[in-house]
Design a protein around this ligand. Sequence first.
Ligand code: NAD
Ligand code: UFG
Length: 335
Amino acid sequence: MRVLVTGGAGYIGSHTVLQLLRERHEVLVYDNFSNSAPESLRRVKQLANADVALREGDIRDGAALGASFAEFQPEIVVHFAGLKAVGESTEKPLDYYSQNVSGSLELLRLMTQHGCKRIVFSSSATVYGDAHYLPIDESHVLQPTNPYGRTKHFIEEIIRDWSASVPGSCAVLLRYFNPVGADASGRIGEDPMGIPNNLFPYIAQVAVGRRPHLNIFGADYDTRDGTGERDYIHVEDLARAHFAAITYAAKSHGCEAINIGTGKSATVLEMVKAFEAASGRKIPYQIVDRRAGDVARMVADAGKAEALLGWKARLTIADMAATTWNWQINNPDGY
Ligand code: NAD
Ligand code: UFG
């Protein structure tokens, strides 16, 4: 299919584009490079030995995005573009509403105008807020606790209403849990700007000597060892989930929200141990205060993804650590 990928130069986008090219889809990436660089796609093309059309622009720029629709005539959109830092979203909420919500509105408007009726959207487990029960299934109440999470919740609702109004449309809202890892080649991976917000890129930068130690945000949670527990999902499995979602959307109608996780969880200390085993390096750490807004445990009920998409995570924590280390050691300063 002809797949327009917004934000396709970013971390999850680049791994997904690689997967789509390997499955012989035709891809146009639309990205403003606010949190990525064209280098990721240059490497994706090398790895896939296939071409990707690339257009630079903001999703809120209707003229530029509309020109890409007119030129490429996509049959489906995979929508990654947006801002994603929880902490930053509390400081700059309007930027988040503008880029994420207004950007998605512009995208849907152009999809309608150009007769494109299928979308796969990057949502997040953050839409659930504090878990009322575990594992979390898709019917859990949606109560996001920060502006970023609310943008994802609002976009989900907007897409649901759009889909209901467009006969024959199909929308898949993928609620990712905690994406980590890198392509096995070590050529593409997560390259955060500045100090990493997330655990795994931070550990990787400690291992490679860019940072002196990891700060563990609290060891007094009600978990196996007191540190936060999360459902980490390998980015290669996540990329496969997008391929499965596209395949599903091509032959289905309606709007479905689907968790993308493993159904298993790991603590911060377990992730540190996995990384030490993969890298052969000691990860020094300090226990510090809890981070505001963190919850003790998050784990997905991943049953719907298997039932509807025929998708299931395959890779382990050891794979996540090994591929992250391979990416980091080969690209100590990122792209
Ligand atoms: P990323 O920042 O690496 O990728 C986002 C891409 O979108 C970047 O290439 C960026 O330049 C581009 N972009 C941002 N705003 C844009 C705009 N207004 N117009 C055009 N391009 C724009 O992030 P990622 O980790 O790959 O995440 C991709 C998507 O998945 C995001 O929507 C994010 O909210 C969602 N998500 C990520 C995680 C995670 O932990 N990484 C978890 C859940 C959901
Ligand atoms: N942590 C540390 N030290 C760090 C970073 C993180 O101890 O330097 C801990 C956190 O306290 C938490 C765990 O590691 O217990 C995971 O934290 P991350 O920041 O990696 O991930 P979060 O679960 O907080 O959030 C991530 C994304 C969100 C997304 C959410 C979905 O950042 O965008 O997963 O579950 F919405």
